[in-house]
Design a binder for this molecule. Sequence first.
Ligand code: GDD
Ligand code: MN
Length: 355
Amino acid sequence: MTITVVVPTFNEGPNVAELVRRLAVALANRDAEILFVDDSSDDTPAEIERAAAVAPLPVRMIHRDTPTGGLSGAVVEGLRVATGEWVVVMDGDLQHPPELVPVLVARGQDLSLDMVVASRYLHGGDAGGLDGRWRRWASTASSLLARSMFPVRLRNVTDPMTGFFAVRRAALDLDALRPRGFKILLEILTRNRMVVGEEPFVFGERFAGASKATLVTGLRYIEQLASLRFGRMSRFAIIGGFGAVANLAIMWLLVHPMHVNYVVAAVVAAVVTIITNFALQERFVFRDLRNEGRGFWNRFAHSFAFNGTEAAVRLPFLVWIVEATGLHAVLVQAVTLVVAFLLRFVFHAQVVYKP
Ligand code: GDD
Ligand code: MN
């Protein structure tokens, strides 16, 4: 078998026949099969059997009575059972165009890749089918964060959150995966070493039904990032924490034993900690990326400009939010610090140490 198309389904009955029909056209005369991994609680299995009976290519189904790992668990189950040399993973709601399946595989074969990712964020692609501005924003932000945490593994991947990709089965180490939530591709890319290419695609509208993503899906993503040990973000955070303590210690020394004006003390403390943080992060966070992009002084200038601006802007920003919302200042400060930390981290990974 050359191609196995793995389709996870959870209550997708009205989409099955149309999906199989379009896949059959796209894969006509190819040595291919479709493998549904179904966790449905409705009549989807019956729909799959009906479509399989009339399909011109083999259609198999695994129905899981005790589903584990959600969407990601279903995909891993499919990858285990697939017999194709190449496996294409795609959604069952036709948001992923079936016509692209042979294109992804051909690209992987031609360029001797391990994986070809269908990307919404590559030139020519589009995320239009993500319902709502909020989800589109969340998708962009979570991609940026993931790419900042794993700048080497995700270097050539503009869309690590997509659910549409082709993979050479022999390149996979399934036992290394800890599937949960929706982001199976991120799991594979961060735990397996892959030579990756990309192909743009337009994320369309659902054929029928509604998305199965919930707030819990979002929380699962955070949980997944935590289990991936947050990549280099945790080292960045530890250094940031040391920096905050050092900042307070310097200020205290200047104000107390040395009687320096507290504003001057705050500025000195900020400058000193920005410089020492830079030195520490050069050594402990981005060591492997130092020789790839900007030179040393260029990195320093960017880092200093960003951190200095951030430190200067934070207080007026805090006042503005507190005045505008009436929320408690300490709460606003806590949120501001977390957001500032994330922005600082993404800026360093995406700009200062960009290869
Ligand atoms: N077997 C199984 N088990 N399938 C599931 C489960 C599950 O627990 N949850 C969802 N699915 C199936 C759906 O039936 C559908 O075929 C596919 O997984 C995608 O689910 P959707 O509910 O359509 O997700 P989405 O459109 O919101 O999200 C898609 O796009 C995201 C990109 O923004 C998915 O492809 C995500 O993986 C992707 O991150
Ligand atoms: Mn969908």
